[in-house]
Write a protein that binds this ligand. Structure first.
Ligand code: NAP
Length: 260
């Protein structure tokens, strides 16, 4: 068991990558707080799965873009479990928009609110408890889009993830003296519901097929591929790694076209 008796808070854990991370952590011996903002039933299903592993788990509702809700969520987790060893900032949204000059104030505010401010609010609420105990692992789910090499049909999403990568490095430096590791993961294309935003089922399948061909491994990523990286970063095996971005994309060398 690589996370025996650790307490982990995973945001956006009702489905997709967050769900896989929460289940993997539970299977490895952690007690898990499963955050969601809308999908209560799905979050409760994840909780029940973790309880079956013999661990404790709770579903905690909070829109991560709302600081008051985040503070309340963290208080609830501390009250229930007494500590937080691992925070995974996974909750994220996208906003499909092929018009690079056409992003609205609403698009910017919603996407930055969840992806960037949500990440910051959670760290702001959790880090003081980690500082007190001189122990913590913070894992931010960024994106290949945040490195600026995969150009998708959105405007605010990629900059939000670029900012998460920058925040990861700054926080790693500032929190390092307290034995807190802060790292980020940049997933490539992973088969989850987020791909359906602004796309039909057929369009999603076509996208998955096309991007699989762009990877060295010639396949699409699955949520478990990212959960495995998160497990490494949450475990003590990564104690000397901080401020890093781990890319898990199946080996995407030719980001923009087949023909260069
Ligand atoms: P997903 O299936 O759409 O899951 C998103 C999760 O975030 C859901 O559990 C959702 O729960 C939660 N969420 C959304 N808004 C929230 C909010 N304001 N507060 C709290 N929770 C919220 O997408 P996913 O692919 O697993 O995405 C997880 C992370 O991976 C995101 O940060 C995404 O940007 C990143 N990522 C994904 C890919 C990919 O190809 N799939 C690639 C790179 C990066 P509710 O329904 O309860 O809101």
């Amino acid at each position: 068991m690589r996370l025996k008796d650790k307490v982990c808070l995973v945001t956006g854990a009702s489905r997709g990558i967050g769900r896989a991370i929460a289940l993997t952590f539970g299977r490895e011996g952690a007690d898990v707080a499963v955050n969601y903002s809308k999908s209560r039933e799905k979050a409760e299903e994840v909780v029940n799965e973790i309880i079956k592993f013999g661990r404790r788990a709770i579903a905690v509702k909070a829109d991560v873009s709302n600081k008051e809700e985040v503070d309340k969520m963290v208080e609830t987790v501390i009250k229930e479990f007494g500590k937080i060893d691992v925070l995974v900032n996974n909750a994220g949204i996208t906003w499909r928009n092929p018009d690079i000059l056409g992003a609205t104030k609403e698009e910017w505010e919603k996407v930055l609110g969840v992806n960037l401010l949500g990440t910051y609010y959670c760290i702001q609420a959790v880090a003081p408890y980690m500082i007190k105990r001189r122990y913590g692992k913070i894992i931010n789910i960024a994106s290949l889009a945040g490195i600026g090499v995969s150009i998708g049909e959105e405007v605010a999403y990629a900059p939000s993830k670029a900012a998460v990568i920058n925040l990861t490095k700054r926080l790693a430096y500032k929190l390092g003296p307290y034995n807190i590791n802060v790292n980020a993961i940049a997933p490539g294309l992973i088969r989850t519901e987020i791909l359906s935003v602004g796309r039909s089922k057929e369009e999603v399948e076509k996208l998955l097929e096309e991007v699989a061909k762009l990877t060295a491994l010639r396949r699409t990523g699955e949520p478990q591929d990212i959960a495995n990286v998160a497990l490494f970063l949450a475990s003590d095996e990564s104690n000397f790694i901080t401020g890093q971005l781990i890319v898990a994309d199946g080996g995407r060398f030719n980001f923009l076209s087949h023909s260069l």
